[in-house]
Design a protein around this ligand. Sequence first.
Ligand code: ADP
Ligand code: ZN
Length: 442
Amino acid sequence: MRGEKGEFWDPEVELLSAEEIRGLQLRRLKETLRRCARSPFYRRWFREAGFDPESLNSLGGLRALPPMDKDTLRSVEPWEFLTVPREEIVRMHSSSGTTGRATVIFHTWKDIQAWTELGARCLYMTGVRRSDVFQNMMGYGLFTGGLGFHYAAERLGAMVIPSGSGNSRRQIYLMREFGTTVVHVIPSYALYLLDVFSDMGLDPRKDTRLRIALIGAEPHTEDLRRRLEEAYGLRAFNSYGLSEMSGPGVAFECPFQDGMHVWEDAFIMEVLDPDTLEPVPDGEEGELVFTTLHREGMPLLRYRTRDLACAYPGRCRCGRWHRRISRIKGRSDDMFIVKGVNVFPMQVEKVLLQSMGVGTNYQILLEMVGNREEMRVRVEVTDELWRGDVRELKSLQKRITAALRDEILVTPVVELVEPGSLPRSEGKAVRVVDMRKDLGGE
Ligand code: ADP
Ligand code: ZN
């Protein structure tokens, strides 16, 4: 594939060798540090860490600076991060506030352009072209999912339908009426939409022209991806980003779907042990930590994402050296502890989606029954199963319980429920409801 005209959006950057990437990163890091010295926050941060930005001459030198996290961002007036006069700022975004107070990121015009280019590169890599009709089913507004790829798809020349999130029947109407070929969507919502197709008596494989889905913004399993690919008759690519690193476009799958390429010309990625903050070897799970390399208004250095993943070494079959990361297992704070065992919601999802008869939604409830902790997994089943023989339901319930016990080493109470009966979110799915905390009497 390498070098063939038209295969890459930005071949010069996408095909850099590992060594060239490191060279570019060092140059850009030095520029970024010079820029940071203009920001009140960073001047203080450098001083407190005894870090001299001028003396850095290797990528490893960055490790002399302590990593920062969401709390660091929250504890400072966001303007203090700026390395440009306020008039240079053209837009702000914030995180969706999944975990606590939202954090703000300010962008200059150049920042927006750079982000747009990255997004276009991601879309192009998966095969999106000018002739495509791109339906953007992500929320518009402060959330970065909507606007980020809106501009990226336009930059690429596709026709954008800015449908935003929610309003499911209208989404399907738009898809059919305007011949949507590409959707950008939160995976749990794409799964739910299958129910709506079915309620409308439609089959997305036959009744739409969809060929590509870009799915991201929340953790999901390989099984979920395959299920969407199968049901919609398209290829679904994993898309990773976070508002602190501008938004979607940080890491993306190529046609080989074998890990997501982190755009290393734009970010330095570290994978650290969350406790010791030491780097972990390739292939081992750790927390992703990013440094922006071409952010102008509000660069972030060594930002701790809390997202857990591992890095894949070496060159990808697509020809790119930009390092790949595994699927995100979840955030460190997605993990819950029940009966003394650590569990990630994605472990539950994996088991559920491997079971025939499971529908399009599930929920994990943690509660106290007397003094005992209980984990209850509510699972919507397919319409067919729900209306069918109760013995089949009983047997599915038993199989799921056993499979979950094997996977997570805790025996949950599994409750099979009617399709459409569990609460839905139009944004990121809320998978875990922890009611144990309510008993604390706060
Ligand atoms: P918030 O942190 O409030 O949710 P963001 O909208 O910035 O706000 O969300 C970014 C987070 O979403 C990431 O840090 C990660 O936890 C999650 N995320 C984004 N893309 C993916 C993906 N492809 N797989 C798993 N998790 C993802
Ligand atoms: Zn690749």
